[in-house]
Design a protein around this ligand. Structure first.
Ligand code: MG
Length: 454
């Protein structure tokens, strides 16, 4: 069986293990070779210590195949995604491992429309990589690299999509936690342009991510919350390592899980728009359905993964998408998740509502959630999943990704992990007691199916 290199978001691994200069060079040659319409590629990287040298490997491989390179420098992933269609480039590469620890790195491959390449294209690139069918003609090598700074244009586009005058009049204060990543380069500047007084936390670039770690896990954001409370900020926002996600906290310093903020965005945007479709993975809270129903909208469920959300949004011409990890997709800007766009929209919501974020949050549907995992050998996953589907009973069943079972008071989602030998069980209910009941029920279903094959 051919090895799979692409995961949910590009290729990632530990530097010195999977991610070596040789691997990145060869994989980049495969990607460049896949580009039938040779033209221009756009490259950017995150702030990791290994990023500059890996970026050089990518650039050399593309130049060797007569492809011009536009180098955006150290930038958020969404800025590269904005740049690719904007500059009419054929492809983009971001050297980043997103929220993974500092010892990791990798690449995200962006298609000409700004969205990460789909699975069919990933497979084709893996095939080219494995069979080494790419041609390199070093005699033809061009050496065209252009350095470009698109931050101002990118920031201006975001500002043009919010009510900048209203935000400026509202005299907001915001705390930005860049997590020592690239978000710290853009979000304080963006919010500053909107007249917001910004207090920066961990906004100095540091490839070792010493501040609070690279993943904006709500439990690690207490410093941001404390600063928000002390500075009387209206909201606080933290990004992951490549700033495509945003986790928010309120004026009291309370940090919200991503599904709380995406529901707030859903409520605000669907209320104002004639387009009332919200695209979200099956793992999202039922709060998204409650809001859609209240506003006469619809929820389009996708498999877990931002590429699925983006592609579904394009397919249905949807205005908004969201993920429970703090990914927000706003189509008027771009149909990919963008932490900076999310921060500007949050400022817009607070300026327009004139309410505190904690009060707005209380008006959203409240649910309790829990998750669990259970070991299952990779080779058994498909059969176990099939069996679970055949024995599971519920009021409504969705099989978009794993199986999601809806009951009167909540739901159970059972999914095999794409990378680990485990099944993940997520549950949600309106009471903590029912969460426990559903979690037991979910575990028992998986165990029952496992027993049949072990
Ligand atoms: Mg990310």
């Amino acid at each position: 069986m051919r090895r799979k290199y692409f995961g949910t978001n590009g290729i990632r691994g530990v530097v010195g293990d999977l991610i070596t200069p040789e691997f990145i060079s060869k994989m980049s040659s495969a990607i460049a070779s896949y580009m039938l319409d040779k033209g221009t590629m756009v490259i950017g990287s995150d702030s990791r210590l290994s990023s500059p040298s890996l970026k050089e490997e990518v650039i050399s491989s593309f130049l060797e195949q007569d492809i011009e390179v536009i180098d955006l420098g150290i930038v958020p992933t969404p800025l590269v995604q904005y740049a690719v269609p904007h500059l009419h480039a054929q492809m983009g590469i971001v050297v980043t491992a997103s929220h993974n620890p500092p010892e990791f790195n990798g690449i995200k491959v962006i298609d000409s429309d700004g969205i990460e390449i789909d699975i069919a294209k990933q497979k084709r690139i893996e095939e080219i990589y494995e069979t080494e069918i790419y041609q390199i003609d070093k005699t033809k090598t061009i050496n065209k690299i252009t350095e470009m700074n698109l931050t101002s244009e990118y920031v201006d586009q975001i500002i043009s999509l919010v009510d900048a005058d209203l935000i400026r009049k509202s005299k907001l204060i915001a705390v930005v936690d860049g997590g020592n990543g690239v978000g710290g380069l853009v979000t304080p500047h963006l919010l500053g342009e909107l007249g917001i007084k910004v207090v920066s936390v961990n906004c100095q670039l540091d490839g070792k991510f010493p501040g609070r770690g690279v993943e904006p896990d709500p439990v690690k954001l207490s410093t941001m919350g404390f600063v928000a409370n002390q500075t009387k900020a209206h909201f606080c926002v933290a990004h992951d390592g490549d700033a495509d996600r945003a986790i928010f906290g309120d004026e009291k310093g309370k940090i919200y899980f991503g599904d709380k903020s995406i529901v707030l965005f859903e409520k605000w945007i669907l209320q104002k728009s004639n387009n009332k479709q919200f695209v979200t993975p099956v793992s999202s809270s039922s709060a998204v359905s409650d809001i859609a129903e209240e506003l006469g909208g619809t929820v389009i469920w996708t498999p877990v993964g931002c590429i699925y959300v983006s592609r579904k949004m394009i397919e249905n011409n949807s205005i908004l998408g969201g993920e429970e990890n703090g990914g927000l997709f706003y189509a008027p800007h771009q149909s990919v998740r963008d932490g900076m766009m999310a921060a500007a929209l949050m400022a817009n919501i607070l300026a327009e509502s004139k309410e505190k974020l904690s009060d707005l949050s209380l008006k959203l549907p409240q649910y309790f959630q829990a998750k669990e995992k259970i070991m299952c050998p990779n080779e058994l996953k498909f059969r176990v999943m099939d069996h679970i589907q055949s024995i599971a009973q519920a009021d409504e069943v969705i099989s978009v990704d794993g199986v999601k079972l809806f009951f009167t008071d909540g739901w159970i989602l059972i999914r095999p992990s794409g990378t680990e030998p485990i099944f993940r069980i997520f549950v949600e209910a309106k009471s903590s007691k029912n969460v426990e009941v559903l979690l037991k029920q979910g575990l028992s279903l998986v165990k029952q199916a496992l027993k049949k094959y072990q």
